[in-house]
Design a protein around this ligand. Structure first.
Ligand SMILES: Nc1ncnc2c1ncn2[C@@H]1O[C@H](COP(=O)(O)OP(=O)(O)O)[C@@H](O)[C@H]1O
Ligand SMILES: [Mg+2]
Length: 554
């Protein structure tokens, strides 16, 4: 047996069973050949059934993958969902397909929820809550949410993890690591997906999401950032009764945004809600540098007075000032239809490698911007535009940094929500005041230092592109393709100049001859010599004045 293939799989009964189950489902979705090629069945002595779903060939590969993950549930649904936010890794099309994954699961028995809460808090339910609702209000792959009431009468929600979810996820990720290694080895056409990297990245994200203490901290930080804002609300976290697996929060009373979107009642001011949501998002990104990375309608409630309440801080992103300014500049160049500026900005961000054909890249950017430029700004979607930019960079093998694609994705989600609420919604309009504030900040004396640094980056851009340009010139020279064209612009005046110059030169030579001649004759014929010197002197003086006072247009 090839040892290294099995290092990552402990091969206990449970894991083998789960692996066989996974392979069965993979085959079911018409990927039998993949299972056969990684020869995993024989290696692990697994019996794999080859039952294929009817008509499965008719669906696209991407849709099949999404359905497969849905059927595998739990960890795999999370895997798909997390990857749907990582366009930088999976590309736009697959990301969009994976975004359709629904994360709702059959609830687990409330008895188990109570048990888990008690074990986590080290106290009985009765000691902490005066009432606890056994019917969950939501149930997803990681956790479910129950309403309850504290002893002091405050209404809360309790988000409690599925019992054993951490072990399940650990086990599944272990199997995923193993499968990724095998795919990498035996299915070369999968290489461009980089399955091992996908699983690594997934593991990192899911472990973060499993830690509710982290989520609690994020919620608290967000609440703090919005403490002064009237139109936005973030529920309070009861930290002293929260653990890494149980999160107790104040219950926000309101309507799910998805219901508000569907509602035809005049009760809600949808335009105001959309504006508040977008304003909040831009504040998070441009002022706080800390944003909700998953602002879909399931994570937003509308409270009394059209107050927008954000929930679920399992996925957050951070933006430093530099990143925010870079994003701002990208959008500005794009809006100004300035592909060169845009490419320069991408280069400043370190995205343009030496190998990239800057000219072709700029042309593609120009084409992209043209498709937007013919439209009015009110018709352009910002998230769409940014994603478009990154798909062009993708084409050139330039991997956009994760922070950018995550932020663009979040903006894209938010913009979709805004437009669902108000078809006329336009992120640019909401963005303007924040952009000008951020730009004002950009030119305040405090930022001078950064500007200087940025200009150094301009030089860096030149230095980066110069060798490439030079190389091209050298190649052309070598192959003899290089022609030099001279275009004369004012040859007539050059001829005149030459004429005048030669006159002065001959005069100088005559002068020199006269001086030498006069010196020779002065001994034998002093008068002639003196006359010669006198004439030389006058001529010399005239020549000297002419030279000293020379002006080009004379
Ligand atoms: N503080 C809260 N107040 C009211 N409802 C909440 C609160 N927190 C969560 N919920 C409800 O529970 C659902 C799931 O919570 P969420 O934190 O989004 O969990 P998940 O991470 O599983 O998506 C939300 O869509 C919302 O309906
Ligand atoms: Mg949620």
């Amino acid at each position: 047996m090839a040892g290294s293939d099995f290092l990552s799989l402990r091969q206990n009964e449970r894991e083998l069973k789960r692996t066989a189950h996974i392979l069965n489902i993979v085959a079911k979705f018409g990927m039998r050949s993949v299972v056969e090629r990684i020869r995993i069945g024989e290696k692990l002595h697994l019996k794999v059934g080859w039952q294929q779903k009817e008509n499965i060939e008719k669906t696209t590969e991407k849709a099949r993958l999404r359905m497969l993950l849905e059927e595998l549930a739990t960890t795999f649904v999370k895997f798909g969902q997390i990857l749907s936010t990582r366009e930088d890794l999976v590309g736009q099309e697959l990301a969009d397909e994976l975004a359709k994954l629904q994360d709702s699961m059959r609830p687990f028995p409330s008895q188990q929820a109570r048990h888990e809460i008690e074990a986590q808090l080290g106290k009985s339910i009765k000691e902490v809550f005066s009432s606890f609702d056994d019917n969950p209000i939501a149930s997803a792959s990681i956790a479910q949410v129950h309403r309850a009431m504290l002893k002091n009468g405050k209404a809360v929600v309790v988000k409690v993890q599925r019992p054993g979810i951490e072990e399940t996820i650990r086990e599944d990720t272990q199997i995923m690591h193993y499968l990724a290694t095998m795919l990498d080895k035996y299915v070369p056409e999968m290489k461009h997906w980089n399955p091992k990297l996908l699983v690594d990245e997934f593991e990192r994200s899911i472990m973060k999401e499993l830690d509710f203490q982290r989520e609690a901290k994020s919620a608290i930080r967000m609440r703090d950032n919005f403490s002064g804002e009237k139109g936005v609300y973030i529920p309070m976290v009861y930290e002293h009764i929260s653990t890494s697996r149980v999160l107790v929060m104040e219950e926000a009373r309101g309507t799910r945004l998805s219901d508000v979107i569907r509602s035809n009642l005049g009760k809600y001011d949808k335009t105001l809600i959309a504006r508040r949501g977008a304003d909040a998002f831009f504040k998070m990104v441009l002022e706080d540098g800390f944003y909700h990375a998953d602002p879909h309608p399931g994570n937003i409630l509308v409270m009394k007075g059209n107050v927008v309440c954000f929930l679920d801080f399992g996925r957050v992103g951070s933006v430093d000032k530099e990143l925010a300014m870079s994003m701002l500049r990208l959008v500005t160049f794009a809006v100004d239809n300035d592909p060169r500026g845009l490419v320069m900005q991408l280069s400043r961000m370190g995205l343009i490698d030496d190998g990239v054909d800057v000219e072709a890249f700029t042309e593609d950017m120009a084409d992209l911007l043209d498709t937007y430029y013919s439209r009015k700004l009110e018709e352009v979607q910002m998230g769409h535009l940014l994603r478009g930019l990154f798909s062009v960079t993708d084409k050139y093998g330039v991997r956009s940094p994760r922070a950018f694609t995550e932020l663009s994705r979040a903006l894209f989600i938010l913009e979709g929500v805004g437009m669902a609420l108000n078809p006329k919604f336009n992120a640019f309009a909401e963005f303007r005041p924040y952009a000008s504030r951020a730009a004002a900040l950009a030119y305040s004396p405090k930022r001078l230092e950064t500007i200087i640094r940025d200009n150094i980056l301009d030089v860096e851009y030149m230095v980066k592109t110069f060798p490439g340009t030079l190389r091209k010139i050298m190649n052309k020279l070598e192959s003899g393709e290089m022609k030099v064209e001279l275009v004369h612009t004012n040859l007539a005046s050059l001829a005149e100049d030459l004429d005048r110059m030669s006159n002065k030169l001959s005069l100088a030579m005559v002068l020199a001859a006269m001086v030498v001649g006069s010196s020779i004759v002065i001994g034998t014929s002093p008068t002639l010599g003196r006359v010669g010197f006198a004439i030389s002197f006058v001529l010399g003086l005239w020549l000297a004045v002419k030279i000293l006072l020379y002006r080009p247009n004379d």
